[in-house]
Design a protein around this ligand. Structure first.
Ligand code: XMP
Length: 514
């Protein structure tokens, strides 16, 4: 197996996923676990054929920065250090790292040295994705440069004698071209064979059956792909002991309720319970402007509603113990999923849940990514138009309205959203992008409307392309489509003065603004 040492990087689990996709066994371990694991001299020890050191939010010079026993470098096992993993390797072996050389997003890598197996089948030049605050400025003895970018001379390095490879960029993210080839080459350097495997749906269903036993499960279904796939999977596993519930909180897109009903009646023969919580949600959000607070209020209220439903069902002799959620791994890691990871935002279904909730969580998709969930949905027979539907965040329009969510601003947001959806659909673009939405920015600017001065809100348009959610680029929309959207929003949505297009990649910017 290959060990992935997790220094708290957002994509440490994604590295694990890539290795697993090659059909190679992998295990995520914390830096503190790795040497004791070797020193046990037990079964596990002998089976470790390679070690990958992940990225992480720390700087090697920080007090309490996670580190690793340098003895691992003399075990004779191939080691791949990615980002922080490379910086730590260089630092521990006598190289130099500097802080504050930040770079986020795409960069062009040029390979200058094709001597080693790690660069097999790579072209001379390709795009890689960076996300780092520090950089190696002097290599430890024994290392040679394989490739560089404009700003990073030691972007791709190797000490061939000790079989240590270092990458400043992230080969695991989908937007790094040829990232898979680099990882595949590393797997081969570890003398492991690559036999891609498919996701075993039956084993996920079996896990659900075992965990749930004879009890009932209520399911939070939002109309999105994740909760629907989790729901249909659970219905297949436990039949009508699964009860889907859709909460209309007034923050969802038009038509969501009908969509949820259709999916569950057609594909699981179940009619979801629908709860109207529009008025209460808006009043709970009154006066709240902080994005994390909004998420927490929505997460908490959500659980309140489900616990009430649990009691009602228990009164009618249904032993409800679990709440099913369509949580996926990107929700988990952004809400701070591992020991050394930084918190990016509290996804309403993970980091924004109350601590004292009575229902136990059932999250069969917690270790999967969006594209894997879509593949599972396809295997379950869900229609393509449903599987490829844009994701919509649980806190809905509340995180697309900067500042206070009021009835008036919700109407503006919804109107602008409908315009964007309509125009992208007309242009045949809607199902080709990952997400599209307008943001009410809470910034104001001057406009001239009908010869008069107008001081209205700035709407930011965000349209992104992604597969696994961990990285994204902005969609290169045709100018005439951008023009149409902009004109319609400033003309049709009251109190809007201008439209700007958000051209920031993730990283550094998350897809949603809040
Ligand atoms: P970010 O903004 O984190 O978005 O790059 C990644 C994906 O997650 C969705 N998102 C959420 N989904 N609850 C959800 O169910 C949340 O609190 C939440 N926040 C972001 C976002 O729409 C995108 O698909």
């Amino acid at each position: 197996m290959i060990l992935v040492v997790d220094f708290g990087g957002q994509t440490a689990h994604l590295i694990f996923r890539r290795v697993r996709e090659f059909g190679v066994e992998a295990k995520i371990v914390s830096p503190e676990e790795i040497l004791p694991l070797r020193q046990t001299q037990g079964q596990n020890d002998i089976r470790v054929k390679g070690i990958i050191l992940s990225g992480g939010p720390s700087s090697v010079y920080e007090k309490n920065a996670p580190t690793i026993d340098p003895k691992i470098f003399s075990l004779g096992i191939p080691i791949l250090g990615i980002c922080y993993g490379l910086q730590l390797t260089a630092y521990l072996l006598g190289g130099k790292v500097v802080s504050g050389k930040k770079e986020y997003g795409p960069a062009e890598l040029k390979i200058s040295n094709f001597k080693f197996q790690i660069s097999n089948e790579l072209p001379q030049q390709f795009i890689v994705w960076m996300s780092h605050g520090d950089e190696v400025i002097s290599l430890p003895k024994g290392f040679e440069t394989i490739g560089s970018t404009e700003h990073v001379p030691f972007a791709f390095v190797e000490d061939s004698k000790r079989k240590i490879i270092g990458l400043q960029f992230h080969p695991e993210v989908e937007h790094t071209e040829f990232g898979r080839i680099i990882l595949e080459n590393f797997v081969k350097i570890c003398k492991l064979s690559v036999n891609p495997k498919e996701i075993d749906i039956r084993s996920i269903e079996k896990d659900v059956e075992e965990k749930v036993g004879d009890s009932y499960v209520i399911g939070a279904v939002s109309g999105g792909v994740d909760s629907a796939v989790a729901g249909i999977l659970t219905a297949k596993a436990i039949g009508d002991r699964f009860i889907p519930i859709y909460v209309d909180n007034g923050l969802m897109r038009k038509g969501t309720e009908e969509h949820v009903k259709r999916i569950f009646s057609q594909h699981a023969n179940i009619n979801p319970i629908v709860i109207n919580a529009v008025g209460e949600t808006i009043s709970k959000l009154k006066g709240i402007t902080d994005s994390e607070e909004k998420r927490k209020i929505i997460g908490n209220f959500y659980i309140e509603i489900f616990e009430k439903e649990m009691k009602k069902l228990q009164n009618s002799k249904k032993d409800v113990k679990f709440l099913l959620q369509g949580t996926i791994y990107s929700d988990v890691i952004e809400s701070q999923g591992t020991k050394h990871a930084a918190k990016i935002k509290s996804h309403h279904n993970v980091g924004a849940l109350p601590k004292n909730m009575k229902l136990k969580l059932l999250e069969p998709l917690r270790h999967f990514y969006k594209d894997e969930v879509r593949a599972i949905g396809q295997k379950l027979g869900l229609p393509d138009e449903f599987i490829n539907k844009q994701p919509f965040p649980g806190p809905g329009y509340a995180v697309r309205i900067r500042g206070e969510v009021t009835k008036e601003r919700l109407i503006m947001e919804r109107q602008a959203d409908d315009i964007v959806l309509e125009e992208l659909k007309k242009a045949n673009i809607l199902d080709k992008v990952f997400l599209s939405f307008p943001v009410l920015t809470n910034a104001f600017s001057t406009a001239v409307k009908g010869d008069g001065r107008h001081f209205g809100e700035v709407v930011a348009l965000r349209v992104v392309e992604s597969k696994d959610v961990m990285t994204s680029t902005w969609a290169r929309l045709p100018y005439d489509v951008l023009q149409k959207i902009s004109s319609r929003i400033v003309n049709e949505v009251p109190n809007v003065s201008r439209v700007v297009y958000d051209i920031t990649t993730k990283p550094p910017a998350t897809m949603e603004w809040e």
